[in-house]
Design a protein around this ligand. Sequence first.
Ligand SMILES: Nc1ncnc2c1ncn2[C@@H]1O[C@H](COP(=O)(O)OP(=O)(O)OP(=O)(O)O)[C@@H](O)[C@H]1O
Ligand SMILES: [Mg+2]
Length: 231
Amino acid sequence: MTSSANGTMLSCEGLTQTYLSGGRRLTVLNNITFSLERGGFLAIVGPSGSGKTTLLGLLAGLDRPSAGRVVLDGHDLGSMTEDERAELRSQKVGFVFQSFHLIPTLTARENVQVPLELRGEPAEERAQELLARVGLGDRSHHYPSQLSGGEQQRVALARAFSARPQILFADEPTGNLDAKTGGSIVDLMTGLNREIGTTLVLVTHDRDLAAKARRMIRLADGNVVEDITHS
Ligand SMILES: Nc1ncnc2c1ncn2[C@@H]1O[C@H](COP(=O)(O)OP(=O)(O)OP(=O)(O)O)[C@@H](O)[C@H]1O
Ligand SMILES: [Mg+2]
């Protein structure tokens, strides 16, 4: 039986990441184990340097752990080839990472249209609507180089939404935004979670956003020091 059969969307077991730095071994994540149900909403919090982004990269299959395993929708990421992981990501996974670049030769709207067109769905109007929802309705013809960092991140969010992923990983999705824009992005994400059951895994320093999550895991020095589920 795969883990997806029992309603688990994501699990990790003994997840450990170490780096060699200046001849010394640095443990950035230490033996992390948890699982998250399909449709769950998890916020990962903790101080700077505690390992949040590292954990997100491992859970999303972008990096490989030093030890331990990740199972995403029934697929053991460690037993897959890089091509197989890329295929799984393109089918099920959305990312909102600052390092996840937009396509520089496409406008904001064209970037958002890509996932819609890949599914053969009407794209132009929907892309425009999604850009409006992230507050960029009047920037749809801008290329990424003509947008601020926060604006590029919002286009990446709109693109992630247009793909309607089964699971969305986001690193500080409201980190560069003012309160009002951040609020509309939070609404979009919780809407995806509620309306189509997208599992959300977010790293955030934003208390309001963390408070909306049903589950909160707190990291400190690469360890889980708190794991709370709101009923
Ligand atoms: N490639 C690497 N080599 C060595 N050390 C690394 C590497 N990548 C990350 N680290 C270290 O791992 C630790 C955790 O980094 P990570 O980016 O996961 O932190 P974070 O919790 O996301 O912090 P922030 O809130 O500042 O984004 C940091 O101390 C960082 O210096
Ligand atoms: Mg980080």
